[in-house]
Design a protein around this ligand. Structure first.
Ligand SMILES: Cc1cc2nc3c(=O)[nH]c(=O)nc-3n(C[C@H](O)[C@H](O)[C@H](O)COP(=O)(O)OP(=O)(O)OC[C@H]3O[C@@H](n4cnc5c(N)ncnc54)[C@H](O)[C@@H]3O)c2cc1C
Ligand code: SF4
Length: 318
């Protein structure tokens, strides 16, 4: 169907992101292809955990195995949006969710009055008018954690099935942000099982519920004794794709994660983050907060097997 209706159809899973965007005419298609048939089970084997793309965020957040093995991943799913939307929104939809921008996530009338923008109906970027590209922000909470865990996605399309590292699913482009072919469906997320992995996700948002991340850090690390032998850090909401910061993880390798090394790692991780003035709160302040969320995620991962932490800092924003 997707091939037959090329460019005029979209897939719909939970519809929690897609339906509001259809109403605001950010998406204009004449056909929706329902993905109700996608698997809704979580299978745990000896080497990997397979999460069906149709699993809801709420089910993933409360799944005992995910909480035991990948606490940071379950936490990230549990921090998406609000309870009703987590009951409908899916793991596949969260991996494919649209990038966001204050100038784009607006009503049709607002966008029209502003003259539209590159991402939809216009021909310049309102955030960076001299830029030839769109800088809309990757805002998925679970994608950074799936990348930190070296997750793989299964894709099914007209040419059959294939698998891809989650990291390779994204492009650094606010418009064409997915590297999969438009007619391919994400059918599952696969995470490698490991007894000694520690994970944590820290999300910064304005309110206690509903809000998208304005900065976030996903950490997956392994320790031998009190020494880090592997560490991956991926940032949310600071680029058009989940931004991995390999230099920061490499810095912490073979070191004891104490206050000082964690602070130094967070400084390195924050450097590549370049938030623009197109999301909630002040972008200069958001840049400073990246270092803070990384530091907190590293502390969480080090001191426990990892969970979530959500910061509600809108009220003390300068
Ligand atoms: C008020 C509000 C707050 C929100 N807050 C957050 C938040 O804090 N964090 C966050 O991450 N998200 C947030 N969201 C976005 C959304 O609710 C989630 O990202 C959710 O996981 C999307 O999943 P879904 O199944 O509803 O996707 P849908 O809305 O059905 O689809 C989203 C996109 O993915 C595509 N798609 C869906 N499933 C697949 C698949 N299996 N294969 C290929 N393409 C697919 C669709 O075509 C569409 O482009 C929020 C949305 C709203 C309205
Ligand atoms: S970054 Fe620019 S082009 Fe992209 S949605 Fe925002 S204003 Fe539009």
């Amino acid at each position: 169907m997707a091939v037959e209706h090329e460019g005029r159809a979209m897939f719909v899973a939970g519809g929690t992101d897609l339906f509001p965007k259809l109403k605001r005419r950010q998406f204009e298609v004449d056909t929706l292809i329902g993905l109700d048939f996608l698997p809704r089970e979580i299978h745990t084997g000896s080497t990997e955990c397979v999460i069906g793309a149709g699993v809801t965020l709420a089910s993933a957040a409360r799944d005992p195995h995910l909480n035991d093995q990948f606490a940071g991943y379950a936490a990230a799913a549990g921090l998406v949006s609000s309870p009703p939307l987590r009951n409908a929104g899916t793991i596949g939809g969260n991996l494919c969710v649209d990038t966001r921008c204050n100038y784009y996530d607006m009503t049709y009338e607002w966008r029209k009055a502003a003259g539209f923008c590159l991402k939809k109906d216009g021909d310049i970027c309102l955030v960076a008018p001299s830029s030839p590209r769109c800088w809309a922000v990757s805002s998925s909470d679970t994608a950074p954690m799936a990348i930190a865990l070296d997750g793989m996605v299964n894709l099914t399309g007209p040419e059959g099935e294939r698998e891809l590292p989650v990291a390779a699913l994204y492009r650094d482009d606010g418009i064409d942000y997915l590297a999969k072919r438009p007619e391919e469906v994400v059918t599952a997320l696969r995470l490698r099982t490991s007894s000694d992995i520690r994970t944590a996700y820290v999300k910064l948002r304005r309110r206690g519920s509903i809000d998208f991340p304005i900065a976030g850090a996903a950490v997956a690390m392994r320790l031998e004794g009190d020494t880090v032998i592997e560490c991956k850090i991926v940032l949310s909401a600071v680029a058009s794709y989940p931004l991995e910061v390999p230099g920061a993880g490499a810095f912490l390798k073979n070191k004891r994660p104490d206050g000082e090394t964690i602070r130094q790692t967070a400084d390195i991780a924050a450097k590549p983050a370049k938030p623009l003035d197109n999301a909630d709160l002040n972008y200069y302040w958001r840049k400073q907060m990246v270092r803070v969320v990384v530091e907190q995620a590293l502390q969480l991962a080090t001191t426990s097997r990892g969970g979530s932490m959500v910061k509600l800092l809108g009220l003390i924003h300068p």
